[in-house]
Ligand binder design. Structure first.
Ligand SMILES: Nc1ncnc2c1ncn2[C@@H]1O[C@H](COP(=O)(O)OP(=O)(O)O)[C@@H](O)[C@H]1O
Ligand SMILES: [Mg+2]
Length: 278
């Protein structure tokens, strides 16, 4: 990853990229996050796994204040985003976000999708934005697609454009929310390969995923969430390969062998439906 030294950079001597403390989030009566504590250090890859409805997306959305936490604190890249006086746009610029849906502009080419925010938000001139955009299309293996429109690209290629778009903003860290869940199975591998390369380059990544092989091979840490709490957290060799908590085991059995799900199994994670959202 390119080192970005903006004039407003907050020093992070403790090496922490994301710190979430006692985070609660309710939607009306529904308490979705029930006291989450999570630290992601710079350069770390943390995968969040857990059943549908457990609060994974809400957690990610609280990290970049797409949702306002009900209580608790969230610090990102040295700035407390839950501080009412924070310049949230400045903090958000440091966070690359990749969702399940690619959200590309259909009327713009791949390269134009990469340059528009650079020009508007970072005020880069056209030539520089195109140069940086092309470099990032190269990083995701799509050099030859710069003039293609989203409709001319496969889902996997569109998702790689979305990753390149996020990278073009020089993020300090990246949040991924099930980036491969909407893809046909044969297209998942190319997207995961790009994410793996980013991880190898030292990018700080918080990734919600159901791709257990990715979590096992790439994550420094895996966090299992269920019903608004972190049930289990540790290295992938522990959480994925040798889970301690019965809820983690039940979940992993379902993900790793979906055909065998429901047989004699009662969701033990609470009142919500424990489907896997893919
Ligand atoms: N904006 C919202 N308003 C009301 N309820 C919401 C909203 N966003 C999420 N929820 C609810 O919060 C719970 C957790 O959702 P979510 O964070 O998307 O879970 P996950 O990503 O783990 O599937 C679900 O019950 C969901 O319906
Ligand atoms: Mg989700």
């Amino acid at each position: 990853m390119k080192e970005q030294k903006g004039q407003n950079e907050t020093p992070q001597p403790d090496g922490v990229a994301i710190r979430v403390e006692n985070l609660h989030k309710s939607f009306g009566e529904l308490e979705v996050l029930k006291g989450i504590d999570l630290t992601v250090r710079r350069g770390e890859v943390v995968c969040v796994i857990g059943p549908s409805g457990s609060g994974k997306s809400t957690l990610l959305r609280c990290v970049n204040l797409l949702e306002e936490p009900t209580s608790g604190s969230v610090t990102v890249a040295g700035a407390e985003v839950t501080d009412p006086d924070v310049d949230i746009d400045r903090v958000r610029r440091k966070i690359g976000m990749v969702f399940q849906a690619f959200n590309l502009f259909p009327h713009l080419t791949a390269l134009e999708n990469l340059t528009i925010a650079q020009r508007r938000v970072l005020r880069r001139d056209k030539a520089e934005a195109r140069r940086i955009g092309r470099a990032n299309l190269g990083r995701v293996g799509l050099t030859d697609k710069e003039d293609a429109y989203p409709a001319q690209l496969s889902g996997g290629q569109q998702q790689r454009v979305a990753i390149a778009r996020a990278l073009s903003m020089d993020p300090e860290l990246m949040l991924f929310d099930e980036p491969t869940s909407a893809l046909d199975p044969e297209l998942v591998g190319d997207v995961l390969a790009v994410m793996r390369a980013l991880a190898d380059e030292g990018m700080t990544m918080l990734v919600v995923t159901h791709e257990m092989s990715f979590a096992r091979e790439v994550a420094d840490r895996v966090v299992f969430m269920d019903d608004g709490v972190i049930v289990e957290e540790g290295g992938p060799e522990q959480v994925v390969a040798a889970p301690r908590h019965p809820r983690t085991r039940t979940f992993l059995n379902r993900v790793l062998d979906p055909a065998a799900a429901h047989v004699g199994e009662v969701p033990d994670g609470g009142p919500h439906d424990a489907r896997i959202d893919r």
